[in-house]
Design a protein around this ligand. Structure first.
Ligand SMILES: [Zn+2]
Length: 241
C-alpha cells in the first residue's frame, strides 16, 4: 500500500463479511482465495482474489478504460446496444450453458456482414436462490448497410438468428429475448458493460450486507474460470499493460 493511502473503512466491512461468508461457500478456501484479501485495497500489491471487491472493482475499471478508448472513436450514430437472453438455469448448469452460449453468440456476431466490430459481455443475474438469468450484452459498431439494403438487420432478424443458433432447450420464454437499442450515452453503456459483480452490493443492515456477500460469492464461484467478455473489429479491446 503506498504511503499515505488509507485502507477504506467500507472495504474493511465487505472483506470481513466475505471472510465470514466463506465458511458457508463450498470451494472457497481461505488459504488460497481470500487469505491475502483482508486488507487489500486493490492497488499495486493487490491480492487478485476473485472474491475481493477491491481487486474486482479495479480490474473491471481497467476493462472499462480499454473499451472506452475504442468506443469513443466511433460516431455515436453507428453504435447499438443489444441484449440476447437465454432461458434461466441453475447454478450447477450455469458454467456449461454460459460457455456454450457465448461461443454461439460469437459465431452469430461474426456471421453478420453489416458490423464493423463488437464487444460482448457474458452476464448472469441471480433470479431466485440457486438460479440465474443468463444473458449477453453486446455493444455493436454498425456499417452503413445495417439499416437498409441486402445486409440490413432488424430486431426480428436478430431474433431469428439467435433462435436458430441456440439449442431448443435454451430458448428464453421471455417476451423479448432480443432487445436492440440506439446508444445515447456511450460512457454510461461502457460503464454498464464493464461493471463488477460488486457494483450493486448494497444493504443497510448487517444481515442485508451479509446476504449480498453470500449471493455474490456464490455467483463468483458458479462463474469461476468463465470468459466474461469477447471483442472483435473496431471494438477490440487490447491489453494496457
Ligand atoms: Zn484484492
Amino acid at each position: 500500500m503506498p504511503a499515505g493511502y488509507r485502507y477504506p473503512h467500507w472495504l474493511k466491512k465487505w472483506h470481513s463479511l466475505m471472510d465470514l461468508a466463506a465458511e458457508g461457500v463450498p470451494g472457497i478456501s481461505p488459504d488460497i482465495q481470500i487469505g491475502r484479501m483482508k486488507n487489500c485495497a486493490g492497488n499495486r500489491s493487490s491480492c487478485e482474489s476473485p472474491y475481493c471487491p477491491a481487486c474486482s472493482g479495479k480490474n473491471y475499471h481497467k476493462l472499462q478504460r480499454r473499451l472506452m478508448r475504442v468506443a469513443k472513436e466511433i460516431p455515436q450514430s453507428q453504435l447499438r446496444f443489444a441484449t440476447f437472453v437465454i432461458e434461466d438455469c441453475s447454478g450447477f448448469e450455469l458454467r456449461g450453458i454460459a460457455k456454450a452460449t457465448s461461443a454461439i453468440a460469437r459465431d452469430m456476431l461474426r456471421s453478420v456482414p453489416s458490423l464493423n466490430g463488437w464487444f460482448m459481455r457474458q452476464e448472469a443475474k441471480p433470479s431466485s436462490p440457486g438460479r440465474y438469468h443468463p444473458h449477453i450484452h453486446v455493444l455493436m459498431d454498425v456499417k452503413a448497410g445495417y439499416s437498409s439494403g441486402r445486409n440490413c438487420m432488424s430486431v426480428l432478424k436478430w431474433r431469428g438468428l439467435w433462435e436458430a443458433a441456440l439449442p431448443d432447450d435454451l430458448h428464453s420464454v421471455q417476451q423479448k429475448p432480443v432487445v436492440i437499442k440506439s446508444v445515447y450515452d456511450v460512457a454510461g453503456i461502457v460503464k454498464y458493460l464493464c461493471k463488477s459483480p460488486w457494483s450493486k452490493a448494497h444493504g443497510e443492515t448487517f444481515e442485508e450486507k451479509l446476504l449480498s456477500v453470500i449471493r455474490i460469492s456464490d455467483q463468483i464461484s458458479d462463474m469461476a474460470r468463465l470468459r466474461r467478455y469477447a471483442s472483435s473489429g473496431t471494438l477490440s479491446v487490447t491489453s494496457d499493460n
